[in-house]
Design a protein around this ligand. Structure first.
Ligand code: MN
Length: 725
C-alpha cells in the first residue's frame, strides 16, 4: 500500500490534536525532493515509507516535531542532504531527532553479529536517554518495515524478525506501547514460524461465528448488570493476539482448545472505585478461577501499566480474561510513553515521564560497568523480560524486580551500599537464605552490618544485571590482585575441563590472543576481568575451543607426512555418506566415542570383521591409536560424500539454571527451527542447575552451530556442548 501526503493530512485533520500542517507539508516536500527517484524493494516510491512512518506516529498522537522528523528520518542516511539543511529549515529539535534516528542505523565495525547487535542497542539506549521520541520514531520505522517485509529475501526477513523480537518488542513493552508491541510480535512470529502461525490462524477461523457470538453475549450480559454506572462504561471484547496464543500453546503445552484467555473483555470506567465495584459484579456473575486475579492498580507494572485482571469461567465452561481500568489507565496501557504527548492533560506532566524513564537511566548506568557487549545484549533481554515481581521494604516501599530475582537483587535495588553491607535477610519476619526467590507481596528486610563486604559467589545468585554489575564493580575496584589469581585459576580449570593443553610458550601466546580479542591490554587485565566477572568464560569458551581446534589442526598438518595412514588409489561411496578411499562397498559405522557429523574432519579405522569405523580426527582414541604401533596400517583416509542427505544423530549436553518452563523453551527453540528430538533426559544438579542431554537429528555439522546458538539464547542456558568430544 502506498502512503501519500493526502492520506497523512486527512488522518491529521480527522484527529483531535492540532498540528502545524504547514511545517509538516514542507518537511514532506523536502523529503520528497531528497528521495526523488529512489524506490523501495517493493517497487513503491521511497517517499511512501517516511509518510507511512509519520502516519503511524500521528495515530500514536505524537507532536509536530516528531512527525517532521519521521518524514525526514531517512534523508541524512540515504541521500546527499546534510543534517545542516534539516536544522536550518526545521530547527534544532527536529535535527536532533533525525540525527538520533540516523545514528541508530549506522553500521559499526563490530566483528560478530552479537557484538553488532549489542553496539546497536547501546546506541539506542543513549539516543533514548537524550530524547525518547527518537526511539518512538524508530519503533514506527521498524513497524512499517515489518509490514512491508514480504518484499525482502527470506534470510533478511528472518534476521529482521529475530532482531525485532529480541530488541524492539521488549523496548515497545518497556515503553508500554501495546499496539506497536503486539503488531511487531505477530509480524515477527509470522516470519519466524510460518507453520505455527498458519495453524493458529486456521484454528481461529474455524467457528469464528460461534466465537463472536460468545464474546457478544458476554458483553451484553455485563452491560446489563452495570447499566446504572454513569457515564456508561465502555466494554470491548476481543480474541487475544496470535503470538500471545502461540506462547500459551507452547509454554503451557496445552492443545488449542484448552488455552485460557483466548478471549479478553475490557471494561473502561471513569474512576478507580468503579474499577473495584465492577470487579465485584464480575465475580458475582461468573466463577473466578483461583489465583488468576491481579491488581495492577495498587501495584502498577514497571512500564506504568495499571488495570485489574481476573479470569472467570463463562457459559459452557469457557474461561475468559476481564481487564478493568479507568480511561487514564487505558491511554497509558495502549500508548504507554507516547500517551505523554497524546494526552498530556491526562497525565501529571514531567514527573510521570521521569518515573517511566527511571529504568532506562538505570540500565544505561549499569551497562557502563559492563565491558562486554554480549553481556549487554543478555542484560537487555533479561532485564526487559515482561515477567516481574513486587515486594515491599518494611517501610512499605514497593521494589519491582524481574521474576526469579533473589534477596541479593532486592538489596541492591534498594541501594548499592545496602547490597555491599548485607549479611542476611528476613522475609515476612523469618530469616531467609540469600538465594531465596522473591515473590510478589513479600516483605523483605535486609540485615546489614558495618564493614561487611560482598562475596564473590553472590554473582551466581543474583539475577538482575544491576546487582551483578554493582558486585562486579566492587570487586573490580577493591581486589585486583585477588581477581587476577581467581581469573587465572578459573581459566586453568576451564581449559582442563575442555582438554585444552599446550606447551607453556604456545599457551602464553594463545591466552594473549584471547585477551586481545576481549579488548584487554594485558593478560593480567584479562585475568582480572575474568576474576571479577566482567568477562564470563562460559560465554567465550566455545570460541576459544574453536580456535584451539584450528590451532591443533594446523599443527597436525605439519606432522601429517609421518602418520602411518593408507593412501589408496581410487574412491567409492557408501550409503552412509562416507567415502572410504579405495574400498568398494565396505561396511561403515560411526564410532560411538565421538559420533562424527558431516563436515567434521574424519579418519577411518579398519576393524577386524566389522568394516571401517569412522572417528573424528581429533577424537582422543584416534590420537592414542595413531601412536600405537599395533594399529599401524589400519588407519585409512575417508571423507564425506558431497551429497549427504541422511539425518545424523547428535547428542547435546546442556547446563542451565533450573527453572519452570526451561524444557518447554528449549524444545520450542528446537521445534521452531524444525529440528527433530529423538531423546531427551534431564536431571537436577546439586548447585541448582539442571543438566539436559538431548539427542537430535541434524543434516550436517554446519547446522549444528546455529542450533547451539539458538539453544544458548534460551533464558537460563549457561552452556551447550556436543557430547562425545
Ligand atoms: Mn526508515
Amino acid at each position: 500500500m502506498i502512503y501519500t501526503i493526502d492520506m497523512l493530512i486527512e488522518k491529521i485533520i480527522s484527529g483531535e490534536r492540532t498540528y502545524d500542517l504547514e511545517r509538516i507539508t514542507s518537511a514532506y516536500e523536502l523529503a520528497k525532493v531528497a528521495h526523488d527517484q529512489q524506490t523501495r524493494d517493493s517497487g513503491e516510491p521511497y517517499i511512501s515509507h517516511p509518510v507511512a512512518v509519520a502516519y503511524i506516529l500521528v495515530e500514536l498522537g505524537m507532536d509536530t516535531d516528531t512527525i517532521c522528523a519521521a518524514l525526514l528520518h531517512d534523508v541524512v542516511e540515504d541521500t546527499d542532504m546534510p543534517l545542516k539543511t534539516v536544522q536550518d529549515k526545521f530547527g534544532e529539535d527536529v535535527a536532533l531527532l533525525v540525527n538520533g534516528v540516523t545514528k541508530l542505523d549506522l553500521l559499526t565495525s563490530a566483528s560478530t553479529i552479537e557484538e553488532y547487535k549489542a553496539e546497536n542497542v547501546r546506541k539506542m539506549l543513549l539516543a533514548m536517554s537524550q530524547d525518547i521520541r527518537v526511539i518512538i520514531i524508530k519503533l514506527a520505522d521498524r513497524l512499517h518495515n515489518m509490514r512491508t517485509m514480504d518484499a525482502k529475501p527470506e534470510q533478511k526477513r528472518r534476521d529482521k524478525a529475530h532482531e525485532t523480537m529480541e530488541v524492539y518488542v521488549p523496548l515497545a513493552h518497556r515503553l508500554g506501547i501495546r499496539a506497536i508491541k503486539e503488531e511487531l510480535e505477530d509480524r515477527s512470529f509470522y516470519y519466524l514460524d510460518p507453520v505455527a502461525y498458519a495453524e493458529i490462524e486456521r484454528a481461529l477461523a474455524i467457528r469464528k461465528d460461534a466465537r463472536e457470538s460468545f464474546i457478544e453475549s458476554i458483553k451484553s450480559k455485563i452491560a446489563e448488570r452495570i447499566c446504572d454506572i454513569q457515564p456508561p462504561p465502555q466494554i470491548d471484547g476481543r480474541v487475544k493476539s496470535l503470538y500471545g496464543i502461540y506462547k500459551k500453546v507452547y509454554i503451557a503445552g496445552r492443545s488449542f482448545d484448552e488455552i485460557f484467555d483466548i478471549y479478553a473483555v475490557r471494561i473502561i470506567v471513569s474512576t478507580v472505585i468503579e474499577c473495584y465495584n465492577v470487579l465485584g459484579i464480575i465475580h458475582d456473575m461468573f466463577r473466578p478461577i483461583p489465583n488468576r486475579f491481579k491488581d495492577y492498580i495498587s501495584t502498577p507494572k514497571t512500564n506504568m501499566y495499571q488495570s485489574l485482571h481476573t479470569t472467570v469461567i463463562g457459559r459452557e465452561g469457557i474461561p475468559f480474561e476481564v481487564q478493568i481500568r479507568t480511561w487514564d489507565m487505558h491511554y497509558t496501557a495502549e500508548y504507554g510513553i507516547a500517551a505523554h504527548w497524546k494526552y498530556k492533560a491526562g497525565i501529571s506532566g514531567k514527573d510521570k515521564l521521569e518515573e517511566r524513564l527511571a529504568w532506562l537511566r538505570q540500565m544505561i548506568e549499569s551497562q557502563q560497568e559492563t565491558d562486554n557487549p554480549e553481556e549487554l545484549v543478555h542484560a537487555i533481554k533479561s532485564d526487559l523480560a515482561p515477567e516481574e515481581v513486587f515486594a515491599f521494604t518494611p517501610k512499605g516501599d514497593v521494589i519491582s524486580l524481574p521474576a526469579e530475582s533473589t534477596i541479593i537483587d532486592f538489596a541492591y535495588a534498594i541501594h548499592t551500599e545496602v547490597g555491599h553491607k548485607m549479611t542476611g535477610a528476613k522475609v515476612d519476619g523469618r530469616i531467609a537464605p540469600l538465594d531465596y526467590q522473591i515473590k510478589t507481596g513479600d516483605i523483605v528486610e535486609i540485615l546489614t552490618s558495618k564493614g561487611h563486604t560482598p562475596v564473590r559467589s553472590w554473582l551466581n545468585i543474583a539475577k538482575t544485571n544491576e546487582a551483578k554489575s554493582k558486585i562486579r564493580s566492587w570487586f573490580k575496584r577493591e581486589r585486583r590482585e585477588e581477581n587476577i589469581k581467581e581469573g587465572k585459576e578459573e581459566l586453568e580449570r576451564e581449559f582442563k575441563r575442555n582438554n585444552i593443553s599446550l606447551p607453556a610458550d604456545e599457551l602464553e601466546s594463545f591466552i594473549a590472543d584471547i585477551a586481545k580479542r576481549q579488548h584487554c591490554e594485558t593478560v593480567d587485565d584479562f585475568y582480572a576481568a575474568v576474576g571479577y566477572g566482567g568477562i564470563i568464560l562460559s560465554r567465550i569458551i566455545s570460541r576459544i575451543k574453536d580456535d584451539y581446534s584450528k590451532l591443533m589442526a594446523a599443527k597436525r598438518q605439519e606432522n601429517e607426512p609421518q602418520l602411518p595412514i593408507i593412501t589408496p588409489a581410487r574412491s567409492t561411496k557408501d550409503i552412509s555418506g562416507i567415502v572410504v578411499e579405495g574400498i568398494d562397498n565396505c561396511l561403515v559405522k560411526f564410532a560411538q566415542c565421538c559420533n562424527p557429523l558431516p563436515g567434521d574432519d574424519v579418519i577411518g579405522f579398519i576393524t577386524r570383521g566389522h568394516g571401517v569405523s569412522v572417528h573424528k580426527r581429533d577424537c582422543a582414541n584416534v590420537r592414542a591409536g595413531l601412536n600405537n604401533p599395533d594399529s599401524t596400517g589400519r588407519w585409512i583416509r575417508v571423507h564425506w560424500a558431497d551429497n549427504v542427505q541422511t539425518h545424523y544423530r547428535c547428542t547435546l549436553d546442556i547446563v542451565a539454571r533450573d527453572r519452570t518452563g526451561l524444557l518447554a523453551d528449549i524444545s520450542m527453540a528446537l521445534t521452531s527451527i524444525r529440528v527433530p528430538i529423538h531423546e531427551l533426559n534431564a536431571r537436577e544438579l546439586k548447585n541448582g542447575n539442571a543438566n539436559l542431554v538431548i539427542t537430535i537429528g541434524i543434516p550436517s555439522v554446519e547446522q549444528l552451530k546455529s542450533i547451539i546458538q539458538k539453544i544458548s539464547k534460551v533464558d537460563g542456558v549457561l552452556q551447550v556442548e556436543r557430547s562425545g568430544k
